[in-house]
Every structure is written in structure tokens, then in C-alpha cells.
Design a binder for this molecule. Sequence first.
Ligand SMILES: [Zn+2]
Length: 229
Amino acid sequence: MAAGFRMTSLRMASVIVLLLAAACAPRSQQPVAPPAPPLPHGGALLLWPNRDAIQSACLNDLQATGAQFELIAQAEPGKDGCTLQNGVKLMRTGLTLNRPVELTCPMALRLVQFEQEVLLPEAQKLFGQSLAQLNHAGGFTCKAMTGNGKRISEHGHGRAIDIWGFTLANGGRISVTDHFRARGREGTYLRDVNRAACRYFSVVLGPNADAAHAKHFHWDISQWKRCGA
Ligand SMILES: [Zn+2]
């Protein structure tokens, strides 16, 4: 018993000495964490192995775009029927957002692809500069469809976003309300990108669709198809 006690005491003493030595060591001698390994091509790094394969692939693809986001825990269906499955809170696409937006991962990924392939090149073509910010009025929100009080909007499942405008790199504002029907580059830009949105999203609405969309574009990836650009 005595020998065992001494060994334990010695071991504890050693640990204390080691801890003190570590605490007193000058900062330059402390081990430096190695740099993070580079991402493999195609964003194939499996970062979320516990999620189902489709969701993991989507998250990896979304991360590979450089978007910044947080995962949203699987939400229980609300009594109103709204659900958000495979949701992410998108903090930044390639652009600043006027505020974070909650979407399903596939919808967030589609938005970022549309931004890269249409919104940015079109801005470069028409204005000779990039965009700085995407201005939206909501993604996942529990509400009924416009004009149909019973069916839940795609917003109620995080598969839709409402966009009211863009901010150019030089600070210039482009808004659906002010410019959609205007002559000039801003109007051309808005009409062109909303038409192109029909190739990326299922339902595209805007001022040409109905009065409810006079001030914003609605883009979603629902099972329905309508190009109301
Ligand atoms: Zn909408």
C-alpha cells in the first residue's frame, strides 16, 4: 500500500512539474499547430460523415464555393406544416448579405452557383465592376403562398428566397422597386438576371408576374415550374 501510494504521489508530482514547465515556457518554444491541409479538388473532403450522403455532398459542395454558413439542427415540423430539412444559415455567399438567410443546403448552393455564373458576370459586363452585396427580404419563413391562403409557400420549407436588390462594388444600389422598369443599365441588369434565373430555379417571379412581386424577385427550387420573369 505504501509503495503504491508513493508511486501515485511521484506520478502526480511529475504531472505538476510538467504542467508548470509548460506554463512557464516562453511562447516561442510552445508547439505551433501545423497549417490545415489544402482542400482536395472538387471539395470532396467529407466533413459531415454523420449526415446522409446527399446532404454531406451538398455541404461539401457549398463549402467548396467559399460560402460561409452554419448548420441548422434538424427542425421538427411545426404544427403549421413548416419544415426546414438540411438547413443552413448562410452568412455570406461570395458576396456580403444584407443579413444572414436560412435555406436548405440545395437552395443555398443553387443561389451561390447563380451568383457565380450569372449575377457577377452580368454585373461585370454591364457596369465594368463586381457586386458587393446581395439584398434579400427572407428565405425560410413560415407563411402561406401569396394569393393562396392554404398552401404553404416554398419559404415555409426553406426552398425560396426573395431578392429586392444588389449593391455594386462602388456602392451603387440597384433595386427592383426603383429600377426594374427603368431605362439604363440598372433596369437591363435586373430584367436580364431575372430571365436567366429561370434556368437555375423552378419558379421565378417578379414585377412582370403579379402585383405581389412588384418590389422583389422570388426564386425557388420547388416541384412547380413557372418563369414569371
Ligand atoms: Zn418569395
